[in-house]
Ligand binder design. Structure first.
Ligand code: GLN
Length: 231
C-alpha cells in the first residue's frame, strides 16, 4: 500500500471497472460483488479499508493503472495471461472462467458458426476480444470493440451490433436483467481469474495469495462463491 499515490497505509486502493456482475457492480454508492468481498478480506488481513478506484478496464488489464501507482491492486475479473504476468504481479487463480456468445432480440444466431457478415461486440483489452479476433477470419465476422460491458449491452439492445463475446459468468448474470438479450453458446476457453498488483510489489502479492489460501481452507471462499455464483 505504501507505493500507491492514491492512498496511505490505512487504505487498500482497488482498481476495478463496472458493470461486471457478479464480480463487481455498483449498488447506490457502494461497490459490491465476488471480487469486492475478497478485497474486503484482504483489507481486513492488512488492517486497512478498501477504497475503490473506478477506471477503464483496458488500463487495469495492461498494467498501466497499477504501475502508474493509481492503486495497490486490480480486482476486475482479470484472466491470468502470460502477457499480464509479465506486466504486473498476478496472484494465484481464484475463479475458473469461460466465454459466452450473446445475441440481441430476434436473432437467428445459435452459435459462432452463424456469425458470417455480422458485427460482434467485445470489450477493449479483454480476453474475449483476443478470442474474437483470433476467430474472426474463420467465421467471417467483424469485431467491434467497446470500453465497457454497459456499452456492449446498450449496442446490442439498439441493434448496432449483432452479437457479443465476453465472460460467461458476467453474461449469465447480465442477461437476467437485460431480457432482450440471449446467451446462445458457451465457449470453453479454460481461463482463470487472478488479482493484479504493481510489478514489484512482492509483499502485497504474498498477502493476496495467503488471503486466498486461507479463504479456500476455512470455507470463506466457498461462502463468497455461493453468495455470488450459486452452487
Ligand atoms: N476476464 C476477461 C479478461 O480478463 C474480462 C474481464 C473484464 O472485462 N472485466 O480480459
Amino acid at each position: 500500500a505504501c507505493t500507491s499515490d492514491s492512498g496511505d497505509d490505512s487504505t487498500l486502493t482497488v482498481c476495478t471497472e463496472v458493470p461486471f456482475a457478479p464480480f463487481e457492480s455498483k449498488e447506490g454508492d457502494d461497490y459490491v460483488g465476488f471480487d469486492i468481498d475478497l478485497m474486503n478480506l484482504l483489507a481486513e488481513r492488512l488492517d486497512q479499508e478498501v477504497e475503490v478506484v473506478e477506471i477503464g478496464f483496458e488500463s487495469i488489464a495492461s498494467g498501466e493503472a497499477l504501475n502508474a501507482g493509481t492503486c495497490d491492486i486490480g480486482a476486475a475479473g482479470l484472466t491470468i495471461t502470460e502477457e499480464r504476468q509479465a506486466a504486473m504481479g498476478m496472484s494465484q487463480a481464484y475463479y475458473r472462467a469461460d466465454q459466452a456468445l450473446v445475441v440481441g432480440a430476434g436473432s437467428t444466431v445459435a452459435s459462432i458458426e452463424d456469425l458470417s457478415g455480422m458485427r460482434v461486440a467485445v470489450q477493449s483489452g479483454s480476453t474475449g476480444e483476443t478470442y474474437a479476433n483470433d476467430n474472426a477470419e474463420q467465421y467471417g465476422y467483424e469485431v467491434v470493440s467497446f470500453e465497457s460491458m454497459g456499452d456492449i449491452t446498450a449496442a446490442l439492445t439498439a441493434q448496432n451490433v449483432d452479437a457479443s463475446i465476453a465472460d460467461l459468468a458476467t453474461w449469465t448474470d447480465m442477461v437476467e436483467t437485460a431480457t432482450d438479450l440471449t446467451l446462445v453458446q458457451k465457449i470453453d476457453t479454460g481461463e482463470a481469474y487472478g488479482f493484479a498488483v504493481q510489478k514489484d510489489d512482492a509483499k502485497l502479492l504474498e498477502e493476496v495469495n495467503a488471503m486466498l489460501d486461507e479463504a479456500f481452507k476455512d470455507g470463506t471462499y466457498a461462502e463468497i462463491y455461493e453468495k455470488w455464483i450459486g452452487e
